[in-house]
Design a protein around this ligand. Sequence first.
Ligand SMILES: *Cc1c(COP(=O)(O)O)cnc(C)c1O
Length: 423
Amino acid sequence: MSLIERDQKNLWHPYTQHKTAALPIAIKKGKGALLWDENDKEYIDAIASWWVNPFGHSNIEIANAIYAQLTTLEHVLFGGFTHEPAIFLGEKLLEILPKNQQKLFFSDNGSTAVEVAIKVALQYFFNKGEKRTTLIAFENAFHGDTFAAMAASGISFYTQAFQGMFIDVVRIPVPVNGHEQASFDALQEVIKNNNCAAFIFEPLVLGAAGMVMYAPETLDCLLQICQENNVLTIADEVMTGFGKTGKTFACDYLIQKPDMMCLSKALTGGTIPMAITTFTNTIYDAFYDDDINKALFHGHTFTANPTGCAAALASLSLLQTPEMQDNISRVNTSHLRFQKHIESHPKVSTTRVLGVIFALEIKTETTASYYGTLRNTLYDFFIENGVILRPVGNIVYILPPYVISDAQLQKVYEVVEKALEIV
Ligand SMILES: *Cc1c(COP(=O)(O)O)cnc(C)c1O
């Protein structure tokens, strides 16, 4: 039996309707921006494997750090115990996070990082004896697939089976260029009419919505409105964190700072699942009490796994090398050049670039559905041509590992341009 036959016999894949979906591709190995399947066909991973892999596949520095940690202390429970990799990682992260972030809480993935932030926001007010139970989130937001994270997410076909079972979330429009005021007004209206605990948002770029972008000054205004009304702010940097926007965090573009941040995806360079939610001391202090009931009763078995921490430390060191920073600027410059070249193409309605993120929207008669025919045609064409890209409806985006070579990036652009001929 082939790998694919064995897969189909037992395994259930994410976001997949197995009856109609194409068979998966069995990947055997990876190096840098490249992946190879079981028949040795080569692919450029132009989406960094769902945005987790900035430093390239099978990265030797991270692998060595993981090996050294595995043979020293692979894991120890974090309830009642601690260890140097977690302590060191906390110190390193606090050096680069916005200065108001002072406490870190570990979990396992982006959804749990969000779940923790939402629970903390709700309990913060509970601990203070204030009734605030509503969340504010963007339309079309994506914050993960666990229950509270899913409630905050606005992509409806992900969540329609669960309507009516969620915590209260009120949505405001994304303040894309030209629609800022509508967003400000909606936020003020929502705060006036609800007991709002927190506003959760993807800063500057809504990834799963199709790399939808909005300006830092606009986000600053939204944060200011929240602060004036004592509404907590949660920056979900799960996608944007660790260099993707051209700065270490998207929040580094802001004047106002969020009360909490959620990190995962690139945290360990795409090696070991891990996440961190960060907090101000003001939030931490609302849980710090003689009363045990005010504690945060949340935890995961693998919390602060030392191997994950070692991988994150190695990733941070890589991110901070001048070579890696040069890679980020190189990819950005390259994207801007391609944007100039492609923006006037008759099939392109709009383009956008931030950091290593490039997106273009293909002109369509009707709104293209998330997993519709156009999307599938494009996806198949990219795969045939040895490039891994996952369009969102009519939006094609590129978010490569920072180490992608110029020649590889050029090939990605060429395949994207060729795809415009077939749609
Ligand atoms: C991917 C993502 C999540 C969820 O992370 P998982 O690790 O898939 O649970 C949450 N928020 C944002 C912004 C994301 O991009």
